[in-house]
Design a protein around this ligand. Structure first.
Ligand code: SF4
Ligand code: SF4
Length: 593
């Protein structure tokens, strides 16, 4: 039966059809829906959110060691977190099939960098497959599992935002189980990577790569589509679709396995075409390999090294002009809509209280990263998931008096469980005077409200433990732990001031559920209004950054009115969180009748 599916939907379907028994992931755009679909539709796959990507890989590795087919999913930067087990898994091998789905984000639609996961495949000496539509996304999960078992290696499955989120038809099939015997099999020479064992495994890894390169020559998803020999294009993934769309008569070498590369096939293809171009997203990964073979090739000098490709960009690169239109291209200019925290977002209230204390904020990755943007403008750095506490602590301890009472780290609850626990322990252990604010909104909000170990609910919404942040901090040795409701801006501001003054590490848990959560809702959903006559136009409320607030310019002021304008609340957006009310010194904000 044919069904219309997104790439992520098809990956989830592939996991089910090809006998995956366990799937683990940490949410991250554009990979998040893979586990959500598995959780929702395929109950015979054991599936759950892991606290972070490293753990997701370890859990899936355990399943594969026991003979199960296993899948771990993450976004590209997640593989950085999982790099440690990933690199050595290449040495131990896997037994049962293990596919590691990594979704890249060219153009950084929602990421902090645009790293190219194919480099990890080369670095870790493991194969990498890449689909170019949803059908391939499903089928290549099966191929990846087969390759994984045949060559005893984890296989990277590289997707990208465009493949993960666009839809095409998929032919579905029934589920087939994996071929491996299940059970606990002792084999320390293979699975315990003490130096003596690891030394024996490295030659195995090198030989495996050679065997995989030979296999790549016959892999049916590496295919030549001969057309006009004047132009030969080597491509893969979404880039192949763009190139095919704008140059339908050209010749193509379409790669379904992007590492290791089929050298003979590439040489043969190159010898059959007059002009050879590699069209690929992000790094010149294939291009450099082709060049190393001594073959003349064009590539990144045409398409550039950054951003997502589009049909227009590819046509411009190949012909110098373009009539192609990308998906989503429109002819009208839309007003800019910068990303913003939602009306009623508790983070905004916390930032308002922090602003009053004039602090330096080491940030982290989550909705609160948007606090870097004006008018909130409260993040002073943001490196990666879990980094904020360590950075604030490093600033505080190295700068001494220069940072005393000013260095604050903010981190969300999901991010805290992801990779904030160890720096919090480091802070307790090595001391200093850093104040940590955990912005606990009871969910993984930025990726769409997924559960985590603190929410009391699993991927499939079964009840489970509720990891207690305050108790963890207590166990780590924190003496100063406070819990505040951030909407009480004045109280939050006071607690922050007290903790900044303390000459020891302190933790503030600013706890209020995400404004979009349907459960645990504490917002009154009763809009406020502003009395235009009482409003002084000071913009204190506007500076909280709430999208429900707008500033109305006064074009023709009445006599004696020196105001430039006044604030107004859009009652359709306001959820009555009272953050603006707390900052207005003119009593201009009231409950709407
Ligand atoms: S804080 Fe009060 S006085 Fe100032 S602009 Fe807002 S509503 Fe008007
Ligand atoms: S009460 Fe104020 S800050 Fe809260 S949602 Fe309404 S307008 Fe925005």
């Amino acid at each position: 039966m044919k069904q219309l599916m997104s790439g992520n939907e098809a990956i989830a379907r592939g996991a089910w059809e090809y006998g995956v028994r366990l799937a683990s992931a940490y949410p991250g755009t554009p990979s998040t829906e893979i586990l959500e679909y598995i959780g929702e539709r395929y109950p015979n796959i054991k599936a759950g959110w892991a606290p972070n990507e490293k753990v997701a890989v370890e859990v899936a590795a355990g399943a594969a060691y026991g003979g199960s087919r296993a899948l771990a999913a993450m976004k590209h930067v997640g593989l950085n977190v999982a790099a440690d087990p990933f690199m050595t898994l290449s040495y131990t091998g896997v037994n049962g099939g293990f596919v590691l789905v990594v979704c890249d984000d060219p153009e950084m639609h929602s990421s902090q960098n645009e790293q190219d996961t194919r480099n990890f495949a080369k670095f870790g000496k493991v194969p990498c497959v890449e689909p170019s539509d949803s059908q391939e996304a499903k089928d290549l999960i099966g191929e990846a599992l087969r390759i994984s078992e045949e060559f005893d290696t984890l296989v990277i499955f590289r997707s990208s935002t465009r493949i993960s989120h666009s839809m095409s038809l998929v032919e579905t099939k029934d589920r087939v189980e994996g071929t491996r015997e299940l059970g606990l099999k002792k084999d320390p020479m293979k699975f315990v990577m003490l130096p003596a064992m690891a030394r024996r495994r490295h030659p195995v890894v090198e030989q495996r790569l050679k065997d995989l390169a030979a296999f790549a020559e016959t892999f049916p998803y590496n295919k030549v589509i001969m057309g006009d020999a004047a132009l030969g294009i080597i491509s893969s993934g979404a880039a192949f679709q763009y190139a095919r769309e704008v140059m339908p008569s050209a010749s193509f070498l379409k790669l379904g396995m992007v590492w290791p590369l089929p050298e003979k096939m590439i040489r043969d293809f190159a010898s059959r075409v007059k002009r050879l171009v590699v069209i690929e997203e992000l790094d010149p990964f294939i291009e450099e390999a082709v060049r190393l073979m001594g073959i003349k090739v064009e590539g990144k000098e045409l398409t550039g090294l950054t951003g997502e490709l589009t049909p227009e960009k590819v046509e411009m690169a190949l012909t110098g002009k373009s009539s192609a239109k990308s998906i989503g291209s429109i002819d009208m200019e839309l007003p800019l809509r910068p990303p913003n925290m939602c009306p009623g977002c508790p983070h905004r209230a916390t930032f308002t209280a922090l602003k009053k204390n004039k602090v330096y904020v080491a940030g982290d990755i989550g909705c609160y990263t948007l606090g870097a943007l004006p008018p909130v403008g409260m993040l002073d750095n943001c490196l990666c998931m879990g980094a904020g506490i360590g950075i604030a602590s490093g600033l505080d301890r190295s700068l001494g008096e220069l940072a005393r009472g000013k260095a604050v780290a903010v981190i969300g609850d999901s991010t805290f469980f992801h990779s904030g626990m160890t720096p919090l322990l480091e802070l307790a252990y090595n001391g200093g005077s850093t104040t940590v604010v955990i912005m606990d909104n009871r969910t993984t909000a930025m990726t769409g409200a997924q559960d985590h170990p603190g929410t009391g609910s699993t991927l499939r919404e079964d009840p489970t433990i509720k990891a207690d942040i305050a108790k963890l901090a207590d166990a780590f040795g924190f003496k100063r732990i406070s819990i505040v409701v951030p909407y009480d801006v004045k109280e939050t501001e006071k607690v922050i001031a007290e903790e900044l003054a303390a000459n020891e590490p302190s933790l503030i848990i600013a706890r209020a559920p995400c404004a979009l959560l349907k459960t645990e809702r504490i917002l009154p959903d009763k809009p406020l209004k502003i009395d235009a006559d009482l409003c002084k136009g000071c913009k204190a409320c506007i500076n909280t950054g709430c999208p429900a607030l707008e500033f109305v310019k006064i074009e023709e002021p009445k006599e004696g009115d020196k105001r430039k304008g006044f604030s107004r609340i859009n009652e359709a957006l306001c959820v009555g969180c009272r953050t603006c009310f707390e900052v207005c010194k003119s009593d201009a904000i009231q409950e709407a009748s």
